[in-house]
Design a protein around this ligand. Structure first.
Ligand code: PMP
Ligand code: GLU
Length: 388
């Protein structure tokens, strides 16, 4: 008898985390590694956020809270969604979860039945198809085109639809492509989904990281009909450099919010109580820190773009958001896993194979790392490409 369930046995480990762990292990052994693996801000969590969590801890805020999170935090999230995103949610429609990864999983588990199809534009964040498989759903991958800035068109969406389609996942700004959908593009997709009663999972975790004057638009803000089928996911990891705190949230129509609440009450219960007070401080404190970190990412983005554009045999689409470059390595004729293994062993440069994102002719560099690492890493990448 198999001890592991079929659903779990079918799922590989997360390659983004595996590459990062491998680079960290090499560093620990004393090897010099230029790591462009996980998308994790290299900044420390701002001091006032840390202070608020410490204070909560010292005040004895160490007990269970409401499963969906403390009311003050859900009120603050509702206020943030209204001001920043033009979204109207009551605190009861918000659930605070253990990272946006958990928010996505809760959203999928709460809505997708075994056998239901979930449309995922590729290149996609590595965990979406696996989450869908974990609940017995069927990922339907839509290959987007580089010429379209890696964005799914409404007709590609319609072509992928079937009577079994339950959900579509939109991730703008996107990981790993950096694609940012415009309001019109979102409206076109949203109107189709609303008409067909397809749930939209809108993962907006990179909302604050947009460049060159591009605007982030929340798809649920476009119309009531779209909001009625949308689960908005966001969190604290990327905007506030709080990856290890494990804080994300869903905002959803009432029935879905209730289902997520029930689900969470039987699985994780509330997010760490004193961490929730840190999140509250993040939302209520000075937002300049978010803009400052974004500006720093933009400096790195522009530098890295100038370096990558100068390297022969590879191509890039300028990312408009998030903190990744998806590099097209097709002209080099090596598939991504093999390519990344060689790049790491020969040049000590860690990148994530595009296979993890459903794009095996690409590799992903995260630029959430210092300029000195980017500079030397790019020197080494250039050398590698010249030798192959
Ligand atoms: N969505 C996307 C697109 C991501 O890249 C990540 C990466 N961490 C997450 C969700 C999850 O973020 P969190 O750390 O809040 O779980
Ligand atoms: N989301 C980040 C990434 O894509 C962090 C790792 C993960 O959670 O997958 O690298």
């Amino acid at each position: 008898m198999d001890l592991i369930s079929a659903n779990v046995a079918a799922v590989p480990e997360s390659m983004t985390l595996a590459v990062t762990a491998q680079a960290a292990a090499m560093k620990k052994r004393g090897e010099e590694v230029y790591s462009f693996g996980a998308g994790e801000p290299d900044f420390d969590t701002p001091a006032h956020i840390v202070q608020a969590a410490m204070q909560a801890l010292s005040e004895g805020k160490t007990r269970y809270t409401a499963s969906a999170g403390i009311l003050e935090l859900r009120e603050s999230i509702a206020a943030k969604l209204l001001i920043d995103n033009d979204l109207q949610y009551e605190p009861s429609q918000i659930s605070v979860n253990c990272g946006a990864k958990h928010s996505c999983y809760n959203a999928i588990l709460a809505t997708v039945n075994p056998g239901d199809e979930v449309i995922i534009p590729a290149p996609y964040w590595t965990s979406y198809p696996e989450m869908v498989r974990l609940v017995g759903g069927v990922p339907v991958i839509v290959e987007t085109k580089k010429e379209n800035g890696w964005k799914m068109t409404p007709s590609e969406f319609e072509d992928a639809m079937s009577p079994l389609t339950k959900m579509i996942i939109i991730n703008s700004p996107g990981n790993p492509t950096g694609a940012v959908y415009s309001k019109d593009e979102l409206a076109a997709i949203g109107e189709i989904a609303a008409a067909e009663e397809i749930v939209i999972l809108s993962d907006e975790i990179y909302e604050k990281l947009v460049y060159d004057g591009h605007q982030h638009v929340s798809i649920a803000s476009i119309s009531k009909e779209i909001a009625d089928v949308t689960i908005t996911v966001n969190g604290f990891s990327k905007a506030y450099a709080m990856t290890g705190w494990r804080l994300g949230y869903t905002a959803a129509p009432r029935d879905i919010a209730k289902a997520i609440d029930v689900l969470q009450s039987h699985t994780t219960s509330n997010v760490v109580t004193f961490a929730q007070y840190g999140a509250l401080a993040a939302l209520q404190g000075d937002q300049q820190i978010v803009a400052d970190m974004r500006d720093e990412f933009d400096v790195r983005r522009q530098y890295m773009l100038s370096r990558l554009s100068g390297i022969r045999h590879v191509n890039v689409v300028e990312p408009k958001g998030a903190f990744y470059f998806l590099v097209d390595i097709e002209p080099m004729g090596i598939k991504s896993v093999n390519f990344c293994e060689k790049l790491l062993s020969k040049q000590k440069v860690a990148a994530v194979p595009g296979q993890a994102f459903g794009a095996d002719y690409t590799i992903r560099f995260s630029y959430a790392t210092g300029l000195d690492v980017i500079n030397e890493g790019m020197n080494r990448f250039e050398e590698f490409c010249a030798q192959h």
